[in-house]
Design a protein around this ligand. Sequence first.
Ligand SMILES: *Cc1c(COP(=O)(O)O)cnc(C)c1O
Length: 373
Amino acid sequence: MTPIAFMDLKTQAKRIKSQVSARIEAVLEHGAYINGPEIGELEAALTRLTGAGATVACSSGTDALVIPLLAYGVQPRDAVFVPAFTYNATANAVLLAGGVPVFVDVDPNTFNMDAGHLADQIAGVTRAGKLKPKGIIAVDIFGLPADYDAIGAVAARHDLFVIADGAQSLGGKRLGKAVGALAPVTATSFFPSKTLGGYGDGGAIFVQDPAFAGVMQSIRWHGTDDARKESIRVGMNGRLDSIQAAVLLVKLSIFEEEIARRNAIAAQYEAGLRGLAGLQDIPVGYQSARALFVALLPKRDRVQAALKEKGIPSVVYYAKQLHLHDAFKAYGAGPGSLPVGEELGTRLLALPFHPYMSDEQVAVVVDAVRAAI
Ligand SMILES: *Cc1c(COP(=O)(O)O)cnc(C)c1O
């Protein structure tokens, strides 16, 4: 058996190498390194894949959050509600766009934003009177779409915007609707390790309202208006490279097959670990994109050490919640304020997971975890 990698990007790269080379060659031939025909082609393909109203390709998952925040006109005293159990980019984006992150706890079963605690935090901000509730960024953690019905209902009561941070969830679904069409605006990332990863940085914004997508296209290109050729708003360089779009177009041709394989591996892990380890609850009607596979373990650090002894890599996601990081402490209420996420941070372990793992490799990891518990 080949050694077990936590994540393997090389097997896929070998598989598609000749097609990728041909598409990159085509970019070198036409020479439109920025805004080449691959950008429009990728955006159209992603719009078809997701059922979004429009797709705006951009430079990273972080910029895919910053651009919509700028489009919504976030101001210095605006509160944007984000989970603390996520990657730091979610909260960074709010601060980069000039808003203030307010942290929300997660559900102990799905690990996604708890709509009840969201409502409490909105009430708290309103009572304190310093900040104005403006919007919500819900994260689809580990690939599982958040509960946009419940979050959307809270948002509607308070007239807040909702952005889905789908950096981990492209390929996920709910009731037949794909990530990209589950919220008014969805951000995704093409960082190499995401479910659709490029050979470098990239991202995309899925927007239901095509006119609003036009605002984001202008922000992506320095706030320029195409017809008037002048700045009509503050913008940035938020563009995706033609070469990355060319790579992603090849990867899209095997994307759905890989998502299916991710789900098959996750099912094998679940069958082997159910009853022994806590597992992320995938509610009825939901399909996770399965960016990562995590297990909730009582003696997490001991299990991780035992796996390491057998040459099996694993990673802790997310050990420390954002409200406890130096950069974000000032915006949170300290240790104990978000108990569910804080507890998950002490018990979750991500196991080796990628679409090119064999059934045999998954079985080896399952046996090692079972032996270590
Ligand atoms: C990866 C990630 C991002 C940031 O994406 P980049 O492309 O690295 O900027 C944002 N949010 C979440 C939840 C992520 O996992």
